[in-house]
Design a protein around this ligand. Structure first.
Ligand code: C5P
Length: 255
Protein backbone atom coordinates (compact mmCIF):
# COMPACT_ATOMS: atom_id res chain seq x y z
CA UNK A 1 0.00 0.00 0.00
CA UNK A 2 1.50 3.39 -0.92
CA UNK A 3 2.43 5.63 2.00
CA UNK A 4 0.01 8.32 0.87
CA UNK A 5 -2.90 5.90 1.22
CA UNK A 6 -2.38 5.90 4.95
CA UNK A 7 -1.85 9.61 5.41
CA UNK A 8 -4.24 11.33 7.71
CA UNK A 9 -7.58 12.05 6.17
CA UNK A 10 -8.00 15.42 4.55
CA UNK A 11 -9.98 17.77 6.79
CA UNK A 12 -13.66 17.01 7.34
CA UNK A 13 -16.45 19.58 7.21
CA UNK A 14 -15.60 23.05 8.60
CA UNK A 15 -16.15 22.98 12.33
CA UNK A 16 -16.06 19.20 12.50
CA UNK A 17 -13.96 17.62 15.23
CA UNK A 18 -10.97 15.59 14.11
CA UNK A 19 -11.58 11.87 14.62
CA UNK A 20 -8.86 10.00 16.52
CA UNK A 21 -8.74 6.21 16.56
CA UNK A 22 -7.40 4.74 19.81
CA UNK A 23 -5.10 1.84 18.99
CA UNK A 24 -5.66 0.10 22.32
CA UNK A 25 -4.19 -3.09 20.96
CA UNK A 26 -1.52 -5.43 22.31
CA UNK A 27 1.30 -5.26 19.80
CA UNK A 28 2.80 -3.87 16.61
CA UNK A 29 1.32 -6.51 14.27
CA UNK A 30 -2.22 -6.10 15.56
CA UNK A 31 -2.01 -2.31 15.54
CA UNK A 32 -0.57 -2.01 12.03
CA UNK A 33 -3.17 -4.46 10.71
CA UNK A 34 -5.90 -2.23 12.19
CA UNK A 35 -4.39 0.90 10.62
CA UNK A 36 -4.30 -0.90 7.25
CA UNK A 37 -7.97 -1.84 7.61
CA UNK A 38 -8.90 1.77 8.31
CA UNK A 39 -6.91 2.96 5.27
CA UNK A 40 -6.90 6.74 5.43
CA UNK A 41 -10.16 7.09 7.39
CA UNK A 42 -8.66 8.41 10.64
CA UNK A 43 -7.50 11.96 11.27
CA UNK A 44 -5.13 10.79 14.02
CA UNK A 45 -4.03 7.53 15.58
CA UNK A 46 -3.67 7.35 19.34
CA UNK A 47 -0.96 5.23 20.93
CA UNK A 48 -1.74 4.68 24.58
CA UNK A 49 -0.29 2.88 27.55
CA UNK A 50 -0.77 -0.70 26.34
CA UNK A 51 0.66 -0.33 22.84
CA UNK A 52 3.35 2.17 23.82
CA UNK A 53 4.61 -0.17 26.53
CA UNK A 54 4.68 -3.07 24.10
CA UNK A 55 6.12 -1.37 21.04
CA UNK A 56 5.98 2.41 21.45
CA UNK A 57 8.72 4.09 19.45
CA UNK A 58 8.43 1.49 16.67
CA UNK A 59 4.71 2.02 16.13
CA UNK A 60 5.05 5.81 16.37
CA UNK A 61 7.81 5.75 13.72
CA UNK A 62 5.76 3.44 11.52
CA UNK A 63 2.74 5.74 11.71
CA UNK A 64 4.81 8.88 11.13
CA UNK A 65 6.55 7.38 8.09
CA UNK A 66 3.14 6.74 6.59
CA UNK A 67 2.14 10.33 7.08
CA UNK A 68 -0.33 9.65 9.90
CA UNK A 69 -0.81 12.17 12.70
CA UNK A 70 0.14 10.62 16.03
CA UNK A 71 -1.25 11.23 19.50
CA UNK A 72 0.86 9.76 22.32
CA UNK A 73 -1.57 9.29 25.19
CA UNK A 74 0.49 8.35 28.24
CA UNK A 75 -1.36 10.68 30.64
CA UNK A 76 1.73 11.92 32.44
CA UNK A 77 1.34 12.53 36.17
CA UNK A 78 4.69 12.85 37.90
CA UNK A 79 7.11 15.48 39.17
CA UNK A 80 7.54 18.46 36.82
CA UNK A 81 11.03 17.45 35.67
CA UNK A 82 9.88 13.97 34.68
CA UNK A 83 6.79 15.21 32.87
CA UNK A 84 8.86 17.80 30.99
CA UNK A 85 11.02 14.88 29.84
CA UNK A 86 7.96 12.91 28.73
CA UNK A 87 6.78 15.87 26.65
CA UNK A 88 10.25 16.39 25.18
CA UNK A 89 10.66 12.73 24.21
CA UNK A 90 7.16 12.36 22.81
CA UNK A 91 7.59 15.53 20.76
CA UNK A 92 10.95 14.35 19.45
CA UNK A 93 9.28 11.14 18.31
CA UNK A 94 6.79 13.15 16.27
CA UNK A 95 3.72 13.22 18.52
CA UNK A 96 1.37 16.06 17.67
CA UNK A 97 -0.78 15.56 20.77
CA UNK A 98 0.39 14.52 24.24
CA UNK A 99 -1.63 14.02 27.43
CA UNK A 100 -0.89 14.78 31.07
CA UNK A 101 -3.24 14.80 34.08
CA UNK A 102 -4.52 18.23 35.09
CA UNK A 103 -4.53 17.01 38.70
CA UNK A 104 -0.71 16.95 38.53
CA UNK A 105 -0.93 20.67 39.30
CA UNK A 106 0.20 23.98 37.83
CA UNK A 107 3.96 23.41 38.01
CA UNK A 108 3.68 20.02 36.34
CA UNK A 109 1.39 21.35 33.60
CA UNK A 110 3.72 24.26 32.88
CA UNK A 111 6.67 21.86 32.75
CA UNK A 112 4.82 19.78 30.14
CA UNK A 113 4.24 22.84 27.99
CA UNK A 114 7.89 23.87 28.34
CA UNK A 115 9.09 20.35 27.59
CA UNK A 116 7.11 20.20 24.37
CA UNK A 117 8.41 23.62 23.38
CA UNK A 118 7.40 25.11 20.07
CA UNK A 119 7.97 21.78 18.29
CA UNK A 120 4.62 20.31 19.18
CA UNK A 121 2.08 20.91 16.48
CA UNK A 122 -1.16 20.06 18.20
CA UNK A 123 -0.33 20.43 21.83
CA UNK A 124 -0.41 19.36 25.42
CA UNK A 125 -3.83 18.18 26.51
CA UNK A 126 -4.69 17.99 30.20
CA UNK A 127 -6.99 15.17 31.31
CA UNK A 128 -9.63 16.52 33.69
CA UNK A 129 -11.74 13.62 35.04
CA UNK A 130 -11.48 10.27 33.25
CA UNK A 131 -14.60 9.42 31.26
CA UNK A 132 -14.68 6.04 32.99
CA UNK A 133 -15.44 7.80 36.30
CA UNK A 134 -18.82 8.85 37.60
CA UNK A 135 -19.52 10.69 40.88
CA UNK A 136 -19.28 7.51 42.97
CA UNK A 137 -15.91 6.50 41.49
CA UNK A 138 -14.55 10.02 41.82
CA UNK A 139 -15.73 10.30 45.43
CA UNK A 140 -14.13 6.96 46.25
CA UNK A 141 -10.78 7.94 44.68
CA UNK A 142 -10.60 11.47 46.04
CA UNK A 143 -12.20 10.88 49.42
CA UNK A 144 -15.02 13.35 48.84
CA UNK A 145 -18.58 12.07 49.18
CA UNK A 146 -20.77 12.74 46.12
CA UNK A 147 -18.54 15.19 44.27
CA UNK A 148 -20.06 17.22 41.46
CA UNK A 149 -18.17 15.75 38.47
CA UNK A 150 -18.92 18.67 36.16
CA UNK A 151 -17.68 21.14 38.77
CA UNK A 152 -14.45 19.15 39.19
CA UNK A 153 -13.97 19.16 35.41
CA UNK A 154 -14.48 22.94 35.34
CA UNK A 155 -12.04 23.45 38.21
CA UNK A 156 -9.34 21.34 36.54
CA UNK A 157 -9.94 22.98 33.15
CA UNK A 158 -9.40 26.39 34.76
CA UNK A 159 -6.10 25.13 36.22
CA UNK A 160 -5.05 23.76 32.84
CA UNK A 161 -5.94 27.04 31.15
CA UNK A 162 -3.95 29.00 33.70
CA UNK A 163 -0.94 26.76 33.01
CA UNK A 164 -1.13 27.52 29.31
CA UNK A 165 -1.84 24.02 27.98
CA UNK A 166 -3.39 23.77 24.55
CA UNK A 167 -6.47 21.78 25.44
CA UNK A 168 -8.28 19.53 27.87
CA UNK A 169 -9.74 16.05 27.83
CA UNK A 170 -13.30 15.91 29.14
CA UNK A 171 -16.50 14.04 28.43
CA UNK A 172 -19.07 15.29 25.96
CA UNK A 173 -21.36 16.04 28.90
CA UNK A 174 -19.07 18.89 29.95
CA UNK A 175 -18.69 20.47 26.48
CA UNK A 176 -21.64 22.86 26.89
CA UNK A 177 -19.84 24.66 29.73
CA UNK A 178 -16.24 24.37 28.54
CA UNK A 179 -16.64 25.50 24.93
CA UNK A 180 -18.46 28.79 25.66
CA UNK A 181 -16.09 29.57 28.55
CA UNK A 182 -12.80 29.02 26.75
CA UNK A 183 -13.58 29.15 23.03
CA UNK A 184 -10.53 28.67 20.86
CA UNK A 185 -8.11 29.18 23.77
CA UNK A 186 -8.67 25.63 25.05
CA UNK A 187 -9.49 22.85 22.63
CA UNK A 188 -11.59 20.02 24.04
CA UNK A 189 -10.89 16.39 23.23
CA UNK A 190 -13.75 14.00 23.98
CA UNK A 191 -13.26 10.26 24.62
CA UNK A 192 -16.05 7.94 25.71
CA UNK A 193 -17.67 8.26 22.29
CA UNK A 194 -20.18 5.65 21.21
CA UNK A 195 -22.53 5.28 18.26
CA UNK A 196 -26.17 5.29 19.29
CA UNK A 197 -27.04 1.95 20.91
CA UNK A 198 -23.38 0.86 21.13
CA UNK A 199 -21.91 -0.92 24.15
CA UNK A 200 -20.45 1.51 26.71
CA UNK A 201 -17.86 -0.97 28.13
CA UNK A 202 -16.07 0.56 31.17
CA UNK A 203 -16.94 4.14 30.23
CA UNK A 204 -19.46 6.07 32.34
CA UNK A 205 -19.77 9.52 30.73
CA UNK A 206 -20.43 8.73 27.06
CA UNK A 207 -21.85 10.70 24.12
CA UNK A 208 -22.46 10.08 20.43
CA UNK A 209 -20.12 11.52 17.77
CA UNK A 210 -22.91 13.84 16.60
CA UNK A 211 -23.52 15.19 20.12
CA UNK A 212 -19.80 15.87 20.61
CA UNK A 213 -19.60 17.57 17.20
CA UNK A 214 -22.70 19.66 17.81
CA UNK A 215 -21.38 20.85 21.17
CA UNK A 216 -18.06 22.01 19.72
CA UNK A 217 -15.50 19.27 20.43
CA UNK A 218 -12.17 19.82 18.66
CA UNK A 219 -11.32 16.13 18.72
CA UNK A 220 -13.25 12.93 19.39
CA UNK A 221 -11.57 9.65 20.31
CA UNK A 222 -13.10 6.39 19.20
CA UNK A 223 -11.62 3.14 20.40
CA UNK A 224 -13.59 -0.06 20.78
CA UNK A 225 -16.61 1.31 18.89
CA UNK A 226 -14.36 0.98 15.83
CA UNK A 227 -11.52 -1.38 16.67
CA UNK A 228 -13.75 -4.05 18.24
CA UNK A 229 -16.39 -3.82 15.50
CA UNK A 230 -16.84 -6.73 13.10
CA UNK A 231 -16.14 -4.30 10.27
CA UNK A 232 -13.94 -1.45 11.61
CA UNK A 233 -13.95 0.45 8.30
CA UNK A 234 -17.76 0.43 8.22
CA UNK A 235 -17.91 1.52 11.87
CA UNK A 236 -15.49 4.35 11.10
CA UNK A 237 -17.63 5.46 8.17
CA UNK A 238 -20.63 5.49 10.52
CA UNK A 239 -18.69 7.67 12.98
CA UNK A 240 -17.84 10.19 10.25
CA UNK A 241 -21.44 10.23 9.04
CA UNK A 242 -22.67 10.85 12.58
CA UNK A 243 -20.11 13.65 13.08
CA UNK A 244 -21.26 15.28 9.83
CA UNK A 245 -24.87 15.03 11.00
CA UNK A 246 -23.98 16.69 14.29
CA UNK A 247 -22.17 19.54 12.54
CA UNK A 248 -24.97 20.06 10.00
CA UNK A 249 -27.92 19.81 12.30
CA UNK A 250 -26.47 20.72 15.68
CA UNK A 251 -28.11 17.60 17.06
CA UNK A 252 -27.49 16.24 20.49
CA UNK A 253 -27.88 12.58 21.17
CA UNK A 254 -27.69 9.93 23.83
CA UNK A 255 -26.08 6.55 23.42
O1 C5P B 1 -12.57 2.09 23.61
P1 C5P B 1 -12.87 3.49 24.08
O2 C5P B 1 -13.51 4.36 23.01
O3 C5P B 1 -13.62 3.52 25.38
O4 C5P B 1 -11.42 4.11 24.35
C1 C5P B 1 -11.28 5.41 24.86
C2 C5P B 1 -9.84 5.79 24.79
O5 C5P B 1 -9.70 7.13 25.27
C3 C5P B 1 -8.91 4.93 25.61
O6 C5P B 1 -7.70 4.81 24.86
C4 C5P B 1 -8.67 5.71 26.87
O7 C5P B 1 -7.38 5.50 27.39
C5 C5P B 1 -8.82 7.15 26.38
N1 C5P B 1 -9.28 8.11 27.38
C6 C5P B 1 -10.49 7.99 28.03
N2 C5P B 1 -10.87 8.93 28.97
C7 C5P B 1 -10.10 9.98 29.23
C8 C5P B 1 -8.88 10.13 28.56
C9 C5P B 1 -8.50 9.17 27.63
O8 C5P B 1 -11.22 7.04 27.78
N3 C5P B 1 -10.50 10.92 30.08
Amino acid sequence: MPASALSSRSAGAPGAPRVIVALDLPDFATATAMVDRLDGQADFFKVGLELFTADGPRIVDWLSLRGADVFIDLKGHDIPNTVAGLARSATAQGARLITVHASGGLAMLRAAVDGAGSQVDGGILAVTVLTSMDADALGEAWGRPSPDVAAEVRRLAALAHEAGVHGVVASGEELPTLVPTYGASLRVLVPGVRLSGGATHDQRRVVTPSAAAAAGASYVVVGRAVTAAADPAAAMAAVHADVARGVAEGVTGTV
